[in-house]
Ligand binder design. Sequence first.
Ligand code: ACO
Length: 429
Amino acid sequence: MQDKATISYDGKAADYPVIIGTEGEKAIDVGKLRAQTGCITFDDGYGNTGSCLSKITFIDGDQGILRYRGIDIAELAEKSDFIETAYLIIWGRFPTADERRAFEARLQEHAKLPESMTQQFQGFPKDAHPMAILTAMINAMSCHHQELFEIRNEADFTTATAILLSKIRLIAAYIYKHGTGDSLFVQPSDASGYTAQFLTMMFSWPGKRYVADADVARALDLLFILHADHEQNCSTSTVRMVASSEANLFTAVSAGVSALWGKLHGGANQAVLEMLQGIKDRGDSIESVIAKCKQKDSDFRLMGFGHRVYKNFDPRAKIIKVACDKVLDKLGKTDPLLQIAKDLEKAALSDSYFVDRKLYPNVDFYSGIIMRAIGIPTNMFTVMFALGRMPGWIANWKETNENPKARIYRPRQIYMGPKLRSYEEAKKG
Ligand code: ACO
């Protein structure tokens, strides 16, 4: 295989090294392109741009492969749990039994929120979007843990990781309670496992403790595993971008939460449910919804369909679809929205518009149905995604910081605005 590529422009040619990844992915290293040719690359939306070398997650979008640290997502979904998977993603290996116990003890130690943080909730309007509060509260951790601005050693990093992974649960639960108009927060008191404990925080009220059913907790844990990392997506790239300026871990992750919010990214799970609910309420036919996607000048999209990288199938969607049926069975529930989702999927997968564009259900198409069955309100769905994605953001922040050759991320642009003109000319319009 060739280990260099030649680029010629304006009569000048130069060779550029080709980097080959573990799984044979190839990249032309254009680091010296501007110096040698005067040109930069242009890649709108970064579809062809590798922004880093990473050892965390591998995706092959054409084959529908997703692996964390070399392990297939289906195997992790079957055999692992969220905390073990989080450890694997962040530290690159599974914990020993002692390491796991020690890490869980750290999570327990940081499960509560200090009074100063709970008081902050009072300043947010009751109808504020949960993602707006989540971003603010995670950034606020920078105020409450100034000792971790500089991560000086592994112990600091473990503490910051435990704080983020653990406290985000109670923050999420408080956001939910704040939105219901109730400010009687319940501090966690048991050690029933990460996800079961989160459900207890979410659904317990003073004097009424919620105990999660094991299968329900497992279903949510599975959702967290499936969301735990996804290489250089919009929010993770944002975390790396912020990390590259040597900003602290809390503030970098808070930026990731903001990037996740949009409906083309993590906000899709909320958008899917709203779309399905709208179809049901209006009594729209499946044919009319599919037709709406194809209308010229329509910006309507089937939420939960399509992916920048997966062009065959999203392996997470396959796992979730099965889990979805199981959870509803377990809870003895039927959900008319699940039937609409299945009918939409069937119609889209046999429609040339979707087939030609390689648009398949993504992880968010069915995840909302599971969360709804558990009792999580629609506007909290993206918060659940953020909870699951936390290990990936932390691992990517760590990798960026540990790179001895790291430079601040600073893309260039092609300026297409007006040529030089005077103040007076510009005022004339
Ligand atoms: N419904 C209908 N048409 C679609 C959809 C969709 N969901 N997604 C893409 N298309 C069409 C586009 O209109 C475009 O058609 P055209 O070639 O006729 O102009 C073509 O498919 C390619 O679309 P792009 O926007 O170029 O694809 P891109 O890779 O940039 O976008 C994205 C990927 C954002 C996920 C897109 O498919 C989308 O908007 N999906 C719906 C939102 C969603 O589910 N997001 C969650 C992503 S997964 C995650 O973040 C966990």
